[in-house]
Design a protein around this ligand. Structure first.
Ligand code: GLN
Ligand code: ZN
Length: 754
């Protein structure tokens, strides 16, 4: 197709290792089993493996500083000396680093939050005006040298100043971005140090993903300002790197800035095609291989996209790239021999994506035959093979169903539940003990028989119910002992889902998740939770909540196939959940909670796309609960989120009760519910479940009373922030007893005041 060899680039590679080696080393180091040097040598071996993997695949642009011992935002904070005061006296660098990440006796860890709309969590830097920031370049410089020692001339990845500041928080009030004048000289110094270590020219990838988000992005002109400044540094070639959506405004603003290149994501931001006319001679790093999903690249489609791009950009200026860092996908398919072959052949993890880039480059460069064999033909064959496995069911009419009865009439019908004022409950899970994990593991491995497993689970449920009755809670739960994970548990029972053996993706630090793969329509084969909830309900006369994961969360926490609209897959999951709800209520369950922990994180970064997502996500939730009769009370739960910009959607979900996380922010998150007049009931968490601390009854009463200042008593529920599965019974028992007693007292207060 062209005579130029088209070059290839990888935005970044997973840190965690093919078999989560980094996780194991971190955990050993934290528990004192290995010294820091051993952790560092494991990490160095992983970096080397990642570099050689890319080199042997023939990738032209390979990065250093794309990986981290814990988190790259944290690394950036350390480079600039942005150390919170509570840790300032720690001298040992390793101790300081992990204290910032995880907390220690000097104080709590720095806050963690989601990286854009991914399921990766970064450490949020804490900044303030009057702090002496510095520039300590030893990390990037040593990584650069390390790559050179392995025969690779790397590009140095740096999180750009606008993204770094926008995602930080100011502890002294004010906006972090206002510190830009302080940080620009520090960034310049950083680039100078890297250039002098490189002894000549060096490529630096300045990552500014915030440029694609019009919800928290500053004006595009800021990018011009910083790039103008950074481009002055001698010996450095800058690639302005964006991902997760289009960055048209920024590209336009950078038109006249002398940059080496701009990286644009064409998978999640096809609108980037419109940005091409502003490139003005810069190289284009064209993100055409999806860095966030695990499906094989469809070469024919990518070649067509390349054709379109090459009409505007000269081939020698086009570099084929991943759409973002590959940290969001598992390492390699190499050990997935248990997967259904038909599913496996459609997948591509990080290592396989390297070969996709190499294939695409060879095909475009005309280095491989276009005939009936070769990578293009092989790839076409996969996409043309018709397999019943991948059939999607016909358009799901059911997806536009919603519940019978208005909210008011349902509230009347639900009076039959006989709940007191300020009813107390929990979010679903109780502590996952080592014994419980062992029970599930042994059962999965076939070490114990199902009778023994069932007995273990029933005993746990029995203890949970006894405890909750004793504590005086009003609405009980079964405790979720049978669930490893709130998505996996349902995925494993639904058709259309597959599970990898080693498809781990870093969630934060040493924590990894193994998202299910959704390859077809979800379908329920048989009831998934009915027996267990029925059993729990049989032990008590108080209502036990049925506990389900909502369709939007199941979708957002899975790798769903990318060749059908997400909403279609979501509709099929919703239909399955709606059948489960119907079975639960037929079995006598009167309250059902449908968790939507990942509802908010699924929002696209561009306003123009948010409406569409919101519309189908709300419809799918409504469809999922559409079978609930008016007298069946539907609850939903969402984890820590800012609800102010999605209030209408929350209202439209039309759940009878929503529980949310509020304990860390007092009434701040709740204001919007007051302000806009939420019409349902709310359970704003009264204590933080992320901490082992046991709140006293008096303290919890204060919390409840402060919620009463914002939410009318008839609509207020009392519950913790989230599920209790990560806590210990020693913490949970007194905390829940105190909470239930506090609810009783607060109730008396309300009645007394009339
Ligand atoms: N029901 C789940 C639990 O209690 C909800 C967890 C979540 O929303 N993250 O664990
Ligand atoms: Zn939660």
């Amino acid at each position: 197709m062209t005579s130029t060899k088209i070059q290839t680039c990888v935005t970044g590679f997973p840190s965690i290792g093919e078999n989560r080696e980094l996780k194991w080393a971190l955990e050993k180091y934290w528990s004192g089993q290995i010294p820091f040097e051993e952790l560092e040598s494991t990490a160095a071996a992983l970096r080397k493996a990642a570099w050689l993997e890319q080199k042997s695949a023939g990738i032209d642009y390979i990065s250093c500083c794309d990986s981290s011992l814990y988190d790259r935002m944290l690394d950036t904070a350390v480079i600039f000396g942005a150390v919170p005061e509570r840790f300032a006296s720690i001298e040992d660098p390793a101790e300081l680093y992990f204290a910032m990440a995880r907390g220690n006796s000097s104080g709590p860890a720095m806050e963690m939050t989601k990286w854009f709309n991914t399921n990766y969590h970064y450490i949020m830097p804490e900044l303030k005006q009057n702090q002496a920031y510095e520039c300590n370049s030893s990390l990037p410089v040593s990584r650069y040298r390390e790559a050179i020692s392995h025969g690779i001339v790397p590009r140095v990845n740096i999180i750009g100043p606008v993204t770094f500041l926008t995602l930080s928080r100011r502890t002294d009030g004010g906006r972090a971005i206002d510190l830009l004048p302080v940080f620009i000289p520090l960034y310049k110094k950083l680039l100078e140090d890297i250039a002098s270590a490189a002894n000549g020219r060096v490529l630096v990838q300045i990552e500014e993903p915030v440029a694609v988000s019009d919800t928290h992005s500053p004006t595009p002109d800021v990018f011009r300002q910083i790039c103008d400044a950074l481009a002055e540094v001698k010996g450095v070639d800058i690639i302005f790197s964006t991902y997760f959506d289009h960055a048209t405004e920024a590209v336009k603003a950078l038109r006249d800035v002398p940059l080496y290149g701009i990286a644009l994501d064409f998978v999640y931001g096809p609108e980037n095609l419109e940005a091409l006319e502003y490139l003005n001679g810069k190289k284009l790093f064209a993100g055409v291989v999806n860095g966030r999903n695990i499906w094989k690249n469809n070469y024919s489609r990518t070649l067509a996209l390349y054709e379109t791009i090459s009409r505007k950009v000269a081939p020698e200026n086009i570099v084929l790239s991943t759409s973002c860092s590959l940290q969001h996908v598992p390492y390699s398919l190499r050990s997935e021999d248990k997967l259904d072959q038909q599913v496996r052949e459609r997948l591509s993890f990080a290592v396989e994506k390297l070969h996709e880039l190499a294939d695409l480059s060879s095909i475009i460069s005309g280095n491989v035959a276009a005939g009936s064999n070769g990578p293009l033909a092989d790839n076409r064959a996969v996409f043309q093979s018709r397999s019943a496995l991948f059939e999607m069911s016909a358009d799901n009419e059911a997806a536009r169903r919603s519940r019978e009865g208005s909210r008011m009439s349902r509230k009347t019908a639900q009076k039959a539940l006989n709940l007191p004022l300020l009813p107390s409950t929990t979010i679903g899970s109780f502590p996952q003990t080592p014994a419980l994990r062992a029970l599930r593991r042994d059962y999965k491995k076939g070490v114990i028989r199902s009778e023994e497993y069932d007995l273990g689970i029933k005993n746990y449920i029995h203890e949970c119910i006894v405890f909750q009755e004793e504590a005086g809670l009003d609405v009980l739960v079964h405790g979720e002992p049978e669930r490893n994970d709130m998505v996996e548990y349902f995925g494993e029972q639904l058709e259309g889902f597959a599970f990898t053996s080693n498809g781990w993706v870093q969630s934060y630090g040493s924590r990894c998740v193994k998202p299910p793969v959704i390859y077809g329509s979800a379908a329920r084969v048989r009831p998934m939770t009915v027996d267990i909830i029925k059993y729990a309900q049989s032990l008590t006369s108080k209502p036990v909540k049925g506990m389900l994961t909502g369709p939007v969360t199941i979708l957002n926490w899975s790798f769903a196939r990318d060749d059908v609209p997400r909403e279609k897959i979501c509709q099929s999951i919703a239909a399955a959940i709606s059948e489960e709800i119907d079975d639960l209520q037929r079995a006598g369950i009167r309250i059902i909670q449908v968790d939507e922990a990942a509802f908010k994180e699924g929002y696209p970064l561009r306003r123009s796309k948010r409406e569409d997502y919101e519309k189908w996500a709300v419809e799918c939730f409504r469809d999922a609960v559409s079978t609930a009769r008016p007298e069946t009370q539907v609850h939903t739960h969402m984890c820590y989120s800012d609800f102010s910009d999605i209030f209408d959607a929350i209202e439209a979900l039309d759940a009878d009760v929503i529980s949310i996380e509020t304990s860390r922010s007092g009434n701040d998150l709740l204001r919007i519910f007051e302000h806009r007049g939420y019409s349902g009931d709310i359970g704003p968490g009264v204590y933080d479940i992320h901490s082992p601390r046991v709140p006293s009854q008096a303290e919890l009463e204060d919390e409840i009373n402060s919620r009463l200042a914002v939410v009318p008593a008839e609509s207020l529920w009392v519950n913790p922030d989230c599920g209790l599965k990560t806590r210990k019974w020693e913490e949970v028992k007194p905390a829940i007893r105190n909470m239930a007693a506090a609810a009783v007292n607060a109730r008396k207060g309300v009645v007394h005041r009339g």
